[in-house]
Write a protein that binds this ligand. Sequence first.
Ligand code: ARG
Length: 284
Amino acid sequence: MAAKNLVWVVVALIVGLAAGYAASLPIQTSLNKQVADLQAKLNPNYVEKIKAKGVLVVGTSADWPPFEYVDKNGNYAGIDIEIAKRIAQELGVKLEVRDMKFAALIEAVKNGQVDIVLADMTPTAERSKQVDFSIPYYFSKGNAVLVPKSKLNDFKDVTDLYGKKIGVQLGTIQEDWAKSALGSNAQVISYDRVYPEMVMAMQRGDIDAMVLGDTIANVLIGKVPDLAIAFYAGGSRIGAAVALPQGAYDLKYEVNKVIEQLLESGDMQKIFDTEIAKWMESGG
Ligand code: ARG
């Protein structure tokens, strides 16, 4: 082969290689992105980000004493708010409470509108498809059915709810229970907020009974004398956990650490006792 031809072969080879390389660039970029995404998933930096912004944004539904409510001075108060304060303290940041309807909380964690949720939220399999949960910080006796005290004798078990109007909070496990246990045998009415809205609806006679968690039911009957607990039905023994974004392992570690320490030191019980007493005295 003449030397001239050899030069052309080499040139063609170089051009070919360069073109091939250029063509592979988008593949490399997308691969790099996938690797970076995977690395971020394995080493999440939620804690770092919260520290950098200096504030922990906690989503709640402040209509559910003694876990969360708006006190006489217009401040958010209750058990979950106290636990949230400890978590913010542990992270060395300020606490911002964002009040929204309970049914909107899961989405708010998913889209980053809030960092975590404390709302007496029960960890369920269905919710775990969308968010992660901390270890539980509260155990429950299940759902309580509340009725007007004057009608207490008419309500002995689930079948006594047939043909009645039953109030529940939208998006809660109490709503799930009422719908599946009663089906078309009763009219289940879902409210966005429980206290005071749903309680007032009950006092007006718009509904015949309400299905709530055991703790809120027990504090309500102390505060609203014409209400009584008829019976307990369904619900979950595991009461509440903190909801976090899926894969926020670093944040979950910090949250679990605070909860563990509160449980082990007996401070969790103190928070419950103090906050229940506070609500009973001054309330919302
Ligand atoms: N524990 C129930 C649930 O997770 C009810 C929680 C309602 N919480 C509230 N802040 N309104 O479905």
